[in-house]
Write a protein of this length. Structure first.
Length: 148
């Protein structure tokens, strides 16, 4: 029993060493994800769209405030405030949901391009540039070109 246990320990260590060596032998690339994201036309378009929607919400709030201020009856005023608050919450939730969906789609698209560029260049692994202290081939510019 003791010998079989030792044999399993030795085999386990050998497997671990072999897998560690294969990681060190891997071709590694790095990508400056922040630079890729800021260069993306999809991200720029989404940002512009969000700014437009935010302005629309501000206009909605201003209009609602004017209408509420024009009402003198306290109960009617409170009912109108509640109505506009519900509308505002609904509009904001819809805006946030659409933004999250579009952002997820862009993220998936960028990740796909990074993977395609890495595979095309023969890399086994891609890590973000921010965590690389030394080494790795930077494929950021290639990814940016592929996205455009």
């Amino acid at each position: 029993m003791r010998k079989s246990f030792n044999l399993f320990v030795v085999l386990g260590l050998l497997v671990s060493l072999l897998s560690v060596n294969s990681v060190f032998a891997a071709e590694i690339a790095c990508v400056d994800v922040q630079k890729v994201v800021s260069s993306s036309s999809q991200v720029k378009a989404l940002k512009t769209e969000q700014q437009k929607k935010a302005k629309e919400l501000v206009s909605f709030v201003e209009k609602a405030r004017k209408e509420v201020a024009a009402v003198s009856d306290t109960q009617k005023k409170q009912a109108l405030e509640e109505k506009y608050n519900k509308e505002l919450v609904t509009k904001k939730e819809k805006m946030d949901k659409e933004y999250a969906t579009k952002l997820k789609s862009i993220e998936t698209s960028i990740t796909k391009v990074i993977a395609e560029q890495a595979k095309a260049k023969g890399y086994d692994m891609v890590i973000t540039k921010g965590i690389v202290l030394y080494g790795g081939n930077d494929i950021t510019d290639d990814v940016i070109k592929a996205i455009k």
